[in-house]
Design a protein around this ligand. Structure first.
Ligand code: MN
Length: 229
């Protein structure tokens, strides 16, 4: 079979300690998964299960490349997140088996057009234009993890122009990585190459062209880049 034009490149993420790359299939995201962030957005952390949404696979930005400030927003927010990279999947995965699907972890930013998200929430419309835009998912290199060794409860933090904005720990996650994988697999047949952004701690704020962002998760990695116009 031949294509009428060259197919788009497969998005991929570098892997720490490897010459090989991780090919991205899909990007799923969890909303409202840290108790303080749910409170700052006006919600009750225990009331509802997390919200799932997605981004296009080609919205990743790798290698600390600059991110172009997107069109159609006056309020672009950073959300630093633990990203799970799957090496396997399936449907209706049990929580006890979920970590077998994990290849490794990375640090990601779930960029959000907060003004469009607020309007979508207000009118009950989808979040796609608020969340799934070009370059909306900068990601660090992936650090491989065995099933027996997991990220634990390390610090997750983001600073903007050297000032700390988000500073939490993975212990604040309402739903664990295993619970997220299990729940997500009730909606989608997960597979190798799927990335899952697992929600953000409190302290989200807006960014502008010229800003410099640095984010890290203890034991997993670091990401650092500029916002450009
Ligand atoms: Mn998020």
């Amino acid at each position: 079979m031949s294509y009428i034009f060259p197919p788009a490149e497969i998005p991929s993420v570098p892997i720490n300690g490897s010459e090989e790359c991780y090919p991205v299939n899909r990007i799923y995201c969890v909303g409202q998964n840290y108790s303080d962030h749910v409170k700052e957005m006006g919600g009750d952390p225990k009331k509802n299960p997390p919200v799932f949404f997605s981004k296009p696979a080609n919205s990743i930005v790798t290698n600390n490349s600059p991110v172009k400030f997107p069109s159609a927003t006056n309020n672009l927010h950073h959300e630093v997140e633990l990203v799970v990279a799957l090496r396997g999947g399936g449907e209706n995965i049990e929580v006890s088996a979920a970590l077998q699907c994990v290849f490794g972890y990375a640090v990601g930013i779930d960029f959000t057009r907060r003004d469009l998200q607020a309007a979508a929430k207000e009118s009950g419309r989808p979040w796609d234009t608020a969340k799934g835009f070009d370059q909306s998912a900068p990601i660090s290199a992936i650090t491989p993890f065995g099933e027996e060794k997991q990220p634990g409860e390390g610090r997750i933090a983001l600073s903007l122009n050297g000032e700390i904005k988000q500073d939490g720990t993975l212990a604040e996650m309402i739903w664990s990585v295993a619970e997220i994988i299990a729940e997500l697999s009730n909606f989608y047949e997960l597979r190798a190459g799927d990335l899952i952004f697992t929600g953000t701690p409190s302290g989200v704020s807006s960014v502008s062209p010229g800003d410099h962002l640095q984010a890290e998760i203890a034991g997993i990695g670091e990401i650092e880049f500029d916002i450009v116009s």
